[in-house]
Each structure stands twice: as C-alpha cells, then as structure tokens.
Design a protein around this ligand. Structure first.
Ligand SMILES: N[C@@H](CCC(=O)N[C@@H](CS)C(=O)NCC(=O)O)C(=O)O
Length: 205
C-alpha cells in the first residue's frame, strides 16, 4: 500500500489525503512533523532532502514530494483530471496559481499567525504583505467562481483539491470570507462531494 508522509495539520498534506478519500484509494499515513523535528531527521532527509511534507512513497520505494505533483500522480485516470487538453491546462493553471499566489500568502499568513515556532518570522511587514497578497488571491478566486461552479468548469478537478485546504482555513490567518459568497458556496460544494473527509481525518492503520 502506498505511504503518505505528512503532518496532520498541514493543508499541503491534506490535499493528497482528501483526493485519496474522494477516489477511494487506500493509503498509510505516517506523521512527520516540523513540531517534533522529524521533517529534519536524518532518516527522513534521505527520503526528501528538502525536509518537507507531503511525500508519497510507492510500494517499489520511489518517492515523490510536492503536493501538486502528488495530486497529478494520484489523479491520473480519475474523473478529477479532464480529458480535454485545454481543460487539463486550465486545471494546471490554477494549481500553479495555488503555489505561486495563494499558498505563499493565504497559507503562510495562517502559519505565521497560529504557530508559536513561527512567531519570530511573523514581522509586521510580512504579515502586511501576506495579507495584501492573500486578499488579492482570494479576490481572483471570487471573481472566477462567480462564473462557474468549480475552477475548471462545472466539474471538480485537481485544481479544486489543491485550492480547497488553505481556503477553508483562511480565516485562521486573518482573512475574512464573509464578503466572498462565491468562495463560500464553492467550499460547500467540495464538502458535499461523495467521499469528502475533513482535514482531521486520517486513515485507520
Ligand atoms: N511546495 C510544497 C510545500 C511543502 C511545505 O511547505 N511543507 C511544509 C508543511 S505545509 C513543511 O514540510 N514544513 C516543514 C519544514 O519545513 O520543516 C508542497 O506543495 O508540497
């Protein structure tokens, strides 16, 4: 069975967990965490020299880091990857947006705001910049979702799985979603998908 090394509270790690729940693919979860230093342990650095989670390990020992690369691998051949090449590129467009415009602002501001070990990095300037950038990213999402149900159109794709976790916890980072009606309706649509599991869910051993 494939193994997902991840941190239960991390949105990046929740992305592949959520996808595997939605497609009904069994996996083993191994908790590796920045809190207890295991992301930087010698044993883990052999698997991922970047010292980050998530990391997928296949039965043959091959490993794959980067949440959106993991989604791409796991999503192949499922309904979460469109057949049409333009639709597939549109899905990728939003997955790149998630890493370049959303994760670096919305997710980073949450981690600066809630994790005590990030306090030294949570300077006024950084909090201001991530607030501005995050608001801009959320506005882009809001505008797009006013026109369609999911990022790639009327069906959910990997882009929605990539964008869901840190949008769902954006308020923990000080973002106000009350005026973002389209985003809130989209979050509810994801939560209504068959097989959906919340971030707190981990597979049984
Ligand atoms: N671009 C990477 C980012 C991964 C990342 O930032 N992981 C964080 C948890 S959300 C991590 O491993 N932090 C632990 C550390 O840096 O020690 C992805 O999408 O997978």
């Amino acid at each position: 069975m494939i193994t997902l090394y991840g941190m239960a509270d991390s949105g990046n790690c929740y992305k592949p967990r959520l996808l595997m729940a939605l497609i009904g693919r069994p996996f083993r979860h191994v908790e590796v965490s920045t809190f207890d230093g295991t992301t930087r342990s010698e044993a883990y650095l052999v698997k991922n020299p970047a010292g980050q989670v998530p990391l997928l390990e296949l039965d043959d020992g091959r490993t794959l880091p980067e949440s959106n690369a993991i989604l791409t691998f796991l999503g192949e051949g499922t309904a979460f990857v469109p057949d049409d090449s333009f639709d597939r590129a549109t899905m990728l467009r939003w997955m790149f947006f998630e890493q370049n415009g959303h994760e670096v602002t919305v997710a980073v501001r949450r981690s600066l705001s809630i994790y005590p070990h990030r306090k030294a990095a949570a300077t006024e300037e950084r909090l201001r910049l991530t607030l501005e950038g995050g608001r801009q990213a959320l506005q882009v999402m809001e505008q797009h979702l006013r026109k369609q149900s999911f990022f790639g159109g009327e069906r959910p794709s990997l882009a929605d799985i990539a964008l869901y976790p840190y949008t769902a916890t954006a308020e923990e980072g000080g973002f106000d979603l009350s005026a973002h009606e389209a985003i809130r309706a989209w979050l509810a649509r994801i939560e209504a998908l068959p097989g959906y599991k919340p971030k707190s869910w981990l597979p049984e051993d």
